[in-house]
Write a protein that binds this ligand. Structure first.
Ligand code: FES
Ligand SMILES: [Fe+2]
Length: 370
């Protein structure tokens, strides 16, 4: 058996966690980039960055340079940000343009990706402008977020989100505006960080201040097709997390969308956290917070308090995730088991991961899983 293959038991009570080598091996990450990041809907940016024709932003999706643009006709597009000549960047940063110009030799492209101008390129045989437009990927929006999928055969975004838009929509997502952003670099595999996010089991030990806010006994995780929800009710004595208006709502809901997007929903704010693998043992996490009227008097202070509390929790998570990464490299550790009561969300993630990694060809039905 290839050391990268492993048996995954769909039964939580019997299952063991993935082998430690899957968290350290560069070949595993290369395969995940193709089979997981290359075939799932990835958060690429914010809808307000591409609200009007001509607006664009550049990003990387699964390691692939992409420019997301609202074209002249108003269609949202995700184009390859790799020039057809000698692979230069056709766009940089973000902004508004009437066409793209490559930053290397100046070839120009329309906002819908057609090749327009090729200075001093006369006389080239067996080549045509028509065949050298920018390759296009899938792009869709949900609320304030823009998603891109590198897989042309992928099912629509709605199939991945399931009932999340309905659940989150109830809590006024549409009226939220970007308020803050924070990037963190971690010395661990991206899955160590995702595993950690998907259980509340570590809260009493790792996050004493969060534990004082949450009703841990009633904390629970619901898994769906390609997502899960952790419900975190507040304790009566909670002081750092704002109480929801309705008594039957959780104080916090932690949504996760396979494989690497977290959406944290509180009574007065939302935050997204995107987990980006940079190397087998190096990960970037990008937090973005959304508030109603973030610039209004009184709200600025709330944003600062929220970010401060989140930073406290994040530093605790980083410390434990980096220690776990060192543990995974130990000669004494190979695989572990799951708490049936507390780690069903982690098992669900590993089950999806095993399913995507098993798929050999693009005809697989995995992206249609409900
Ligand atoms: S690489 Fe783009 S014009 Fe040469
Ligand atoms: Fe945590």
């Amino acid at each position: 058996m290839d050391e990268r293959d492993y048996e995954f038991d769909e039964r939580l009570e019997f299952a063991a966690t993935p082998p430690a080598s899957r968290y350290t091996d560069a070949r595993v990450l290369a395969e995940e980039r193709l089979k997981v990041f290359g075939r799932t809907w990835q958060l690429a940016g914010r809808a307000e960055q591409v609200a009007e024709p001509g607006q664009y932003f550049t990003t990387e999706v699964g390691g692939e340079p992409v420019v997301v643009v609202r074209d002249a006709g108003g269609t949202l597009r995700a184009l390859s940000n790799v020039c057809r000549h000698r692979a230069g960047p056709v766009a940089e940063g973000c902004g508004r343009r009437k066409s793209f110009q490559c930053g290397y030799h100046g070839w120009t492209y329309t906002l819908d990706g057609r090749l327009l101008g090729t200075p001093e390129f006369e006389g080239v045989e067996r080549w045509s402008k028509e065949e050298n437009g920018l390759p296009e990927f899938r792009a869709e929006e949900w609320g304030a977020l823009v998603f891109v999928n590198l897989d042309a055969a992928a099912a629509p975004l709605a199939g991945t989100l399931g009932d999340l838009p309905a659940l989150v929509g109830e809590r006024d997502w549409a009226s939220m505006r970007p308020a803050a952003r924070k990037d963190w670099h971690l010395d661990c595999n991206w899955k160590v960080y995702v595993d950690n996010y998907l259980e509340g089991y570590h809260i009493p030990i790792v996050h004493p201040s969060l534990h004082r806010e949450l009703d841990y006994a009633r904390y629970r995780t619901e898994t769906r097709g390609l997502s899960s929800i952790q419900h975190a009710p507040l304790r009566p004595a909670a002081s750092r997390i704002r109480r929801p208006a309705r008594a039957d709502e959780d104080g916090a809901q932690f949504y996760w969308v396979f494989p690497n997007l977290m959406l944290n929903v509180y009574a007065d704010n939302y935050s997204t956290n995107l987990v980006v693998p940079l190397g087998p043992e190096r990960t970037l996490t990008v937090f973005e917070w959304y508030f109603r009227d973030p610039d209004a008097a009184g709200v600025r202070g709330k944003v600062a308090e929220t970010v401060e509390f989140s930073d406290e929790i994040q530093l605790e998570d980083i410390r434990i995730c980096e220690a776990v990464q060192r543990g995974l490299r130990s000669r004494t550790y190979e695989r572990g088991r799951y708490s049936v009561r507390r780690e069903n969300g982690v098992h669900h993630f590993h089950s999806l991961l095993a399913e995507f990694m098993r798929a050999q060809d693009r005809e697989s039905s995995i992206v249609n899983r409900e």
